[in-house]
Design a protein around this ligand. Structure first.
Ligand SMILES: Nc1ncnc2c1ncn2[C@@H]1O[C@H](COP(=O)(O)OP(=O)(O)OP(=O)(O)O)[C@@H](O)[C@H]1O
Length: 266
């Protein structure tokens, strides 16, 4: 069954993208309502990260449009899109070698003072820095990174880097957060913490779009799933409807009704 919300917060209309002769996205339309947690699924190479890149301004679409909170954003630069209230994380976050976890989080703050304030060390500069430090400390605590806050960011574990990526995205105080494989390669204990953190954020009103392969995670977290196959949307349904959706089975297994999808990611 296809489910499309009437009140779109994020509205992706007929987006297409090719790299050379490789048509990676074709006529992709997705609407996401405020407060949803949407899982973006699909086999490897089906175009999920490319769609995330198009939405967040990192990759220009060849055709179609993207609207966020009533405003067209597909021609807006990535750093400006963040200011409209949308932030993202990356599949493989890379961290600067010489900055601590705390410094990386603080550097992601979007409120900055001018060069004069910085050079002279004005009260305004000090207040902005204090606010960024307080916000970073709070988010590091929420995402369980307080014990490593003074370590070099490049030295923390892969799972902790994913959490730090979420902290950095949250420093911009987004209303919508897009996450690219937040639990890939993450230990099950940490995975539980990520699930809890995302559910807390959603309870506070944040809309989430999550690219993920782990079906347990999808079932635990998502309110709806959108499935891509070879660059086209083939399903929009609840997580518990995935296993009986022929288009989804076809996408993952190459054949309908062969094997329950519930075994994916087990
Ligand atoms: N910058 C690029 N230049 C050329 N081809 C690209 C580029 N980015 C992505 N592609 C191609 O687009 C296709 C879709 O890639 P994409 O990363 O969007 O898939 P995905 O669904 O996120 O895959 P995965 O689950 O493996 O991460 C792949 O064939 C990939 O090689």
């Amino acid at each position: 069954m296809n489910r499309t919300p009437a009140n779109a917060f994020l509205d992706i209309r007929s987006v297409a993208k090719a790299f050379g002769g490789n048509q990676v996205l074709e006529d992709v339309s997705v609407q996401i309502a405020p407060g949803e947690i949407v899982g973006l699924l699909g086999p490897n190479g089906s175009g999920k990260s490319t769609l995330l890149n198009v939405i967040t301004g990192f990759t220009p679409a060849d055709a179609g449009s993207v609207h966020f909170d009533g405003r067209r954003i597909d021609r807006v630069a990535a750093h400006r899109i963040v200011r409209t209230g949308m932030a993202r994380t990356f599949q493989l976050p890379s961290m600067p070698a010489k900055m601590s976890v705390m410094e990386v989080a603080m550097a992601a703050a979007t409120a900055h003072h001018g060069v004069f304030d910085t050079l002279v060390g004005t009260a305004r500069a000090r207040a902005t820095e204090r606010a960024a430090r307080d916000k970073a400390a709070h988010l590091l605590q929420e995402l369980l990174l307080t014990p490593v806050r003074d370590l070099p960011a490049a030295a923390i574990s892969g799972g902790q880097k994913k959490l730090l990526g979420i902290v950095c995205a949250l420093m911009a105080e987004p209303r919508m957060l897009l996450l690219d494989e937040p639990t890939a390669g993450v230990h099950p204990n940490l995975r539980r913490d990520i699930v809890a953190a995302l559910q807390r954020l959603n309870a506070q009103g944040m809309t989430l779009v999550i690219v993920e392969h782990d079906m347990h995670f999808i079932r635990d977290v998502c309110t709806r799933c959108v499935v891509l196959d070879r660059g086209s949307i083939v399903a929009s349904c609840r997580p518990d409807e995935l296993a009986s959706n022929d288009r989804v089975l076809q996408a993952y297994l190459g054949t309908a009704g062969a094997k329950p999808l519930a075994t994916e990611g087990a």
